[in-house]
Design a protein. Structure first.
Length: 586
C-alpha cells in the first residue's frame, strides 16, 4: 500500500504534465485567457463559465436562490434555460471561491479533469489486465482524441469525464456489496450532472444494461439488484434538476422555437443525416469541427482488432482480460447506438436506426431537445479507450508467453503511443488556441457594484428572434455572453442573457433595448423589468449611436438618464422614472 500511493500520484503527475503540454500555452495564461477551439467557444463556452460561477456564488451566499440565476431579468429559474454543468462544481468551485477569478477556475477545471480521466483509465485498465503499459495506451487513446481538445475544450462541461472509469470499474465487480452502492451513486450523480441531457443517458444506459444482464443469472442476480438500486437512488438525487428543466418546459409551451439555433439547426434526430466513416463510427460531430467523441483512430482499431484475433486464437482464454473486453465493448457499443441519429449515411446507403425511429414516434416532445445526439459518444470515447488498452494486453500476453521479455512489451507500447499521436497530429490544434478574457473586467466595476437593481449592457446587437443570418446570431450570442461573464464580478441582475433557450418576453425586452435611448422605450423597459442602470460599451456601437450617447453623457441628458460614471470606453447611467415634465423629444 505504501508503494501504491506514491506510484498513483506519480502517474497522476505524469498525465497532468502531458495535459499541460497538450494545452500549451493555456497554462501560462491561466488567469487571463480562455480556450478558443471552436467557433462557438465565445458563447457556448462562456455559458458554463457563468453557470458554474453563479452556482458556486449561490451555494456560498444564497443557496435558496440557486436556480434563479442573474440573467434574463426578471425571469425566475434562469439557470435552467441551459446546461447547468453542476458535475463540474467540485473542480471549479474551490478555485473560484479562493481566487475570485472564473477564468483561472475554468482552466484549472479543464486541465485537471482531462488529467484525472486519463489517470482513471490507466488505473482501471491496468487492474483489469495486470499490465501497466495497457493502462498507458488506454490513457493515450483519450489524450489523442481531437474531439476532447476541440469541442470539449471549447464547451468545457464535456471535458468532465473523470467519473466514467470508476463507474465502469465499480459496475464490473459482481462481488461488490451494498457498501459499493454508496460509492457508485455519487459518481453516477456527478457524472450525469456534467450535462443532464447528453451525458446522463451515456451513464445510465450502460449501467442499466449491466444490471439487467445480471438479473438473468441466479448467481449474479444480487449484484444486478444492487446496481438497479444504485441507479434508482441516483435518479432520485437527480430528480430536482430534471424538475427544474420540466418547469421551464411547462412555462414555455413554444420552447423549441425560443432559441437562436431553432431555425439554423433542427433536431439532429431528423436532419441532416450524418455519415459513418471507414472505422464504423460517427466521424462528423456537427458542432466542434469534423470530429466526434466516437471516432477511433486507425492505431486504436488495429490494437482492438489484433486483440480480438489473439483472443479467438488463444489456447488459454481463462487468462484473458474478459472483464475488460466485456465492459469496453458494452460502453463503446452503447455509446455508438445512442450517438447515431435516426437517419445516417453509410456509403451510398441510408441507414435508419429503429431505436430512434420508435423514440421519435412515441416521445417527439422529449427528443426535440436532443440537437446533437453524437454527444452521447462520450461513452464510446471511454469504452474504446479501454478496449485499446485491453487489446494491447491481449496481444502482448500471447507474446510474453512465447518470448518472456517485458522490455519488448514496453517498447511496443511506446511505439503504439507515438503512432497514435503521429496519426492524430494533423487533426490536433497545436499550439492550443486561446483568446484573452481580460476585456470582461470593466473599469467601471466599482461604480457598478456601488448601486443595485437590474442592469442592462448595451449594445444588444439585435432582437434574438429576428436575426438575419448565422453571423448575426454569433455576434448577438457573443455580446450577451460577454455581459454574463462581466456580471460575475458584480452579481447584479442583468436583462442580458444567452443560453440554449430564452424565456418568454426576452425578445420583447431586447427589441425595446435596441431603441434606446428613446424615452418611450426606456420607460417601457423600466416598467417591465425595474431597470435601474445602463452600461454602454462605446467601441461596439456605430458612430451615430456613439455620438448620441456621448451627447447624453456631456450634460445634455434627460431626467430619466443620469450619468454616474464614465471612462474612455464605457458610460454608466442611472435610470429614473420619467417625470411629468420630462421633455420627450430629447
Amino acid at each position: 500500500m505504501r508503494r501504491l500511493v506514491p506510484r498513483a500520484l506519480a502517474l497522476l503527475g505524469a498525465y497532468l504534465a502531458i495535459t499541460i503540454w497538450r494545452t500549451w500555452p493555456l497554462a501560462a495564461h491561466l488567469t487571463t485567457h480562455l480556450p478558443k477551439t471552436t467557433m462557438g467557444a465565445g458563447f457556448d463556452g462562456r455559458f458554463p463559465l457563468w453557470a458554474l460561477a453563479y452556482e458556486a456564488h449561490a451555494l456560498a451566499a444564497a443557496p435558496l436562490h440557486f436556480a434563479d440565476g442573474n440573467i434574463y431579468h426578471p425571469q425566475a429559474q434562469a439557470l435552467f434555460y441551459g446546461p447547468t454543468a453542476i458535475g463540474a462544481l467540485p473542480y471549479f468551485g474551490p478555485a473560484f471561491l479562493l481566487s475570485g477569478n472564473p477564468f483561472l477556475a475554468i482552466n484549472v477545471m479543464l486541465i485537471v479533469c482531462v488529467s484525472l480521466t486519463a489517470w482513471g483509465l490507466h488505473i482501471v485498465v491496468e487492474r483489469w489486465t495486470g499490465l501497466a503499459t495497457a493502462g498507458v495506451l488506454a490513457a493515450c487513446a483519450l489524450l489523442t482524441n481531437p474531439w476532447l481538445f476541440v469541442w470539449a475544450a471549447g464547451v468545457p462541461q464535456y471535458a468532465v469525464l473523470s467519473y466514467f472509469p470508476w463507474i465502469a470499474l465499480l459496475a464490473s465487480d459482481r462481488s461488490a456489496g451494498w457498501g459499493r452502492v454508496l460509492i457508485i451513486v455519487p459518481l453516477i450523480v456527478l457524472q450525469s450532472l456534467a450535462d443532464p441531457v447528453y451525458v446522463a443517458p451515456a451513464v445510465f444506459a450502460p449501467v442499466g444494461l449491466i444490471a439487467l444482464g445480471r438479473l438473468r443469472h441466479q448467481a449474479a442476480r444480487p449484484s444486478g439488484i444492487r446496481l438497479i438500486a444504485a441507479l434508482a437512488l441516483s435518479a432520485l438525487v437527480l430528480l430536482p434538476v430534471y424538475v427544474g428543466y420540466a418547469r421551464v418546459r411547462v412555462g414555455n409551451p413554444q420552447l423549441d422555437t425560443q432559441s437562436l439555433w431553432s431555425a439554423v439547426s433542427p433536431p439532429a434526430l431528423f436532419v441532416p443525416p450524418l455519415e459513418l466513416g471507414w472505422n464504423g463510427l460517427v466521424c462528423h460531430d456537427g458542432a466542434g469541427g469534423n470530429h466526434s467523441a466516437s471516432e477511433a483512430s486507425a492505431v486504436m482499431l488495429l490494437l482492438i482488432v489484433a486483440g480480438v484475433a489473439c483472443l479467438l486464437l488463444s489456447r488459454s482464454r481463462s487468462t484473458s482480460p474478459r472483464t475488460g473486453w466485456a465492459h469496453g465493448l458494452l460502453w463503446g457499443g452503447v455509446g455508438i447506438m445512442l450517438s447515431i441519429p435516426a437517419a445516417t449515411f453509410f456509403g451510398r446507403a441510408t441507414v435508419y436506426l429503429p431505436l430512434y425511429q420508435a423514440a421519435l414516434r412515441w416521445t417527439p416532445g422529449l427528443f426535440n431537445v436532443v440537437r446533437v445526439p453524437q454527444r452521447y459518444g462520450v461513452a464510446t470515447l471511454i469504452g474504446f479507450a479501454m478496449l485499446t488498452g485491453v487489446g494491447f494486453a491481449q496481444c502482448t500476453g500471447e507474446l510474453q508467453r512465447r518470448i518472456r521479455r517485458p522490455v519488448l512489451t514496453a517498447l511496443l507500447a511506446a511505439f503504439a503511443a507515438v503512432a497514435m499521436y503521429v496519426e492524430r497530429r494533423p487533426q490536433l490544434q497545436i499550439p492550443f488556441p486561446i483568446v484573452s478574457a481580460a476585456p470582461y473586467r470593466s473599469s467601471l466595476l466599482y461604480a457598478v457594484r456601488r448601486t443595485d437593481g437590474p442592469l442592462l449592457e448595451l449594445p444588444v446587437v439585435g432582437v434574438p428572434n429576428a436575426l438575419p443570418d448565422l453571423r448575426a446570431k454569433f455576434v448577438f450570442a457573443e455580446a450577451h455572453a460577454r455581459s454574463m461573464c462581466r456580471s460575475i464580478f458584480h452579481w447584479r441582475p442583468i436583462l442580458n442573457g444567452y443560453s440554449s433557450y430564452w424565456p418568454v418576453g426576452f425578445p420583447e425586452r431586447m427589441e425595446l433595448a435596441t431603441r434606446l435611448p428613446d424615452p418611450d422605450a426606456l420607460e417601457s423597459l423600466r416598467r417591465l423589468s425595474g431597470l435601474r442602470s445602463i452600461l454602454v460599451r462605446l467601441p461596439e456601437l456605430s458612430p451615430t449611436d456613439q455620438r448620441t450617447w456621448l451627447r447624453l453623457a456631456d450634460g445634455r441628458g434627460r431626467p430619466d438618464l443620469v450619468l454616474v460614471a464614465r471612462d474612455q470606453d464605457e458610460l454608466l447611467f442611472d435610470v429614473k422614472a420619467a417625470g411629468a415634465s420630462a421633455t420627450r423629444g430629447e
